[in-house]
Design a protein around this ligand. Structure first.
Ligand SMILES: *Cc1c(COP(=O)(O)O)cnc(C)c1O
Length: 382
C-alpha cells in the first residue's frame, strides 16, 4: 500500500554522492580509510567520546561490546524488556543469561529500581537503552553500577546528539557508559543505509576493541608501525564498514545541525497540536524527562488501551497515514518466554500495548504534521 504520509523517508543531506565518488576514485574501498577516520574523529571532537570505531550496524557494535566484556554462560546481563532484539541478541550470542528489567512509569526507559532488584553475584553488565533518544536516569544507574562493580553499556542507537542533564551540567549520551553503540540505519536521525559505531569510553578496552574489529588480528597496530608483522591474536569478526558507507555517513554528519533543528521543529509541532487531545483525556503525549535533552528521534503517543490503539492505527491507515507500533516486550517473545523467570513486567507490557509512533522525517511538511493531528482528532471525536 502506498501512503500519502509514510512512516519514514530517508533524507539525503547533499554531499553523500560526491563523497562516495571521491571514495571510489581514491580506489580505497575497504574499511578504515580517510572517510572512516573523518567520521570517527567527528564523534570524538563533537561529543568527547573515547575511541570510536565505525561498524556495519549498531547490532555489530553491541556484539563487539559483549565480546569485550568476555561474557560467558555463567554470566548475567540486565537489560530492558522494552527494546529492539539486537540489544538482547548480542549477549545471547555469547551464551550469557538475560535478566529483563521493567520500564519506568513515565517513559519506556529502564527503571533503576527494577535493575537493583535483579543485581546479583553473576551480574556482569547493565545495558540501558535511551528509547526515543530520551536519556535514561543515568546518575542512579551509574551509581548502581559503581556500587556493585558492574559496567554500564549504552544502547544509544536512537540517541545521537542528545544529552543527560543534572546539577553538574549536561553530558552527551553515548559518553556515559564504558561502551556505547550507535545506529545509522535508515530509520535513525543520521543514516548510512546500514551502519553503526562503538564508542569506547574506558581506555582499557581500546586496544582489544581494535583487534576484534579487525577480525582478531593486530592489523591496525601493524599499519601504525607498532608491530613488525601482523597475525591472529584474539577472537574477532568483520565489524568494519567499507569506505563507501563511511563516505555517505560523513556527508550526513556535516549536516547534523540542520537535520536536528528541523526534526525538533516537527516534534514541537506535534507536541503542541496534540495537547488538546491529552487535555481531553483521549491520549498521553510522550514527555521529555527533566534530566534529558530532546534529539527529536521519534514522536509517540500512548493510547488508553490496546484496542483503541489498533483502531486508531487502522483509522490513520484508511486516511493513507502510516503510524507504527513497537516494541513487543522481549520477555514475552516466542524466543525468550520459555526461558523467562515468570516475573511480571507491567510497565513494559503497557508500552507494548499502547504506544503508537507517528511519522517523523525530514521531508515531512508542517501541514502534514497538522493533518496527522487533525485525523487523530477526528478519530477521537467521532
Ligand atoms: C535501531 C536499533 C538497533 C539496531 O540498529 P542496527 O544499526 O539496525 O543494527 C538497536 N537498538 C535500538 C534501541 C535501536 O533502535
Amino acid at each position: 500500500m502506498e501512503f500519502d504520509i509514510p512512516f519514514n523517508k530517508p533524507y539525503l543531506a547533499g554531499p553523500e554522492m560526491d563523497y562516495m565518488q571521491q571514495a571510489v576514485e581514491s580506489l580505497k574501498l575497504s574499511g578504515n580509510g580517510t572517510f572512516t577516520q573523518k567520521c570517527q574523529g567527528f564523534f570524538r571532537t563533537h561529543y568527547g567520546f573515547g575511541k570510536c570505531l565505525l561498524t556495519t550496524s549498531c547490532t555489530d557494535a553491541l556484539e563487539m561490546a559483549a565480546l569485550l566484556l568476555n561474557l560467558g554462560p555463567e554470566d548475567e546481563v540486565i537489560l530492558p524488556s522494552f527494546t529492539f532484539v539486537s540489544t538482547a541478541n548480542a549477549f545471547v550470542l555469547r551464551g550469557a543469561r538475560l535478566r529483563f528489567a521493567d520500564s519506568l512509569p513515565d517513559n519506556p526507559n529502564i527503571s533503576p529500581a527494577s535493575i537493583e532488584a535483579l543485581i546479583g553475584p553473576k551480574t556482569k553488565a547493565i545495558v540501558v537503552v535511551h528509547y526515543a533518544g530520551m536519556a535514561c536516569p543515568m546518575n542512579e544507574i551509574l551509581t548502581l553500577g559503581k556500587a556493585h562493580g558492574i559496567p554500564v553499556i549504552e544502547d544509544a542507537a536512537q540517541a545521537i546528539d542528545n544529552v543527560y542533564v543534572d546539577q553538574n551540567g549536561s553530558r552527551f549520551l553515548g559518553g556515559l557508559g564504558v561502551l556505547s553503540a550507535f545506529s545509522f540505519h535508515e530509520t535513525k536521525n543520521i543514516i548510512s543505509g546500514e551502519g553503526g559505531m562503538l564508542a569506547i569510553n574506558e581506555p582499557s578496552y581500546e586496544d582489544r576493541a581494535e583487534i576484534l574489529w579487525e577480525k582478531g588480528t593486530n592489523r591496525s597496530a601493524f599499519f601504525r608501525g607498532e608491530v613488525d608483522k601482523y597475525g591472529w591474536v584474539d577472537l574477532g569478526s568483520s565489524f568494519l564498514p567499507s569506505e563507501l558507507t563511511a563516505a555517505f555517513l560523513y556527508g550526513q554528519l556535516e549536516h547534523l545541525k540542520h537535520i536536528q533543528d528541523h526534526r525538533l521543529k516537527l516534534w514541537q509541532l506535534y507536541h503542541e497540536a496534540l495537547a488538546p487531545l491529552e487535555q481531553a483525556g483521549y491520549l498521553k503525549r510522550m514527555q521529555v524527562p527533566e534530566y534529558s535533552g530532546n534529539n527529536a528521534h521519534m514522536y509517540y503517543v500512548l493510547c488508553r488501551s490496546a484496542k483503541e490503539r489498533t483502531e486508531l492505527a487502522a483509522f490513520l491507515k484508511s486516511k493513507r497515514i502510516l503510524a507504527v507500533t513497537h516494541y513487543l516486550s522481549l520477555h514475552a517473545s516466542p524466543f525468550f518466554s520459555p526461558k523467562h523467570d515468570g516475573r511480571e513486567l507491567p510497565e513494559s507490557d503497557r508500552y507494548t500495548q499502547t504506544l503508537l509512533r507517528l511519522p517523523l522525517y525530514m521531508a515531512l511538511k508542517e501541514e502534514e504534521v497538522l493533518k496527522v493531528c487533525a485525523q487523530m482528532d477526528a478519530f477521537f471525536k467521532a
